[in-house]
Design a protein around this ligand. Structure first.
Ligand SMILES: [Zn+2]
Length: 159
């Protein structure tokens, strides 16, 4: 491992520690050999149809913190298409303009949660353009039973 990689690993390890104190998200490592691939479960935004739901994303932090991560959502929410690289201005690898190096991973995930409920200007690639309340509620109820191969089990998370 190069010095640069070691420095980046330290930055990620610190953030992992900080994230444990956050009550809205929990990080997992699907591949123990690759510390730059994170899965994160996060709560749906409060005061919205997503409240009570738990959503799961993959962040590929290959060039973090110099460049933003590739972001994919892994379970149905009604807000984002699953397994498609999300395009979020300034926060995702495919839209890196205005990225602020060192932006905290928790800040990115907070934005992912907040943007679920955007009613207008439904973002770029990966966003479902028109929100359907019935679909959102159905996916929300299913989301709390979601399990991922990384070890995330939403039926026991945040309990
Ligand atoms: Zn996972």
């Amino acid at each position: 491992m190069t010095n640069v990689e070691q420095t980046r690993m330290k930055i990620l390890a610190k953030q992992f520690g900080d994230m444990k104190k956050n009550h809205n998200m929990i990080a997992f490592f699907p591949d123990k050999m690759n510390p730059f691939n994170w899965h994160i479960s996060f709560k749906g935004p409060v005061d919205s149809d997503f409240q009570g739901g738990i959503y799961h994303c993959q962040l590929k932090l290959t060039n973090y913190p110099d460049k933003p991560p590739e972001i994919k959502i892994m379970n149905e929410s009604g807000a984002y298409h699953v397994n498609q690289a999300l395009c979020i201005h300034g926060l995702s690898a495919n839209n890196p303009q205005d990225w602020t190096p060192g932006t905290q991973i928790s800040t990115i995930v907070e934005a992912l949660s907040m943007y679920m409920n955007l009613r207008t200007d439904r973002g770029g690639l990966g966003f479902i353009k028109v929100l359907n309340q019935e679909a959102i509620k159905k996916h929300r109820d299913a989301s709390i039973k979601f399990k991922c191969s990384c070890g995330a089990d939403h039926s026991t998370l945040f309990k």
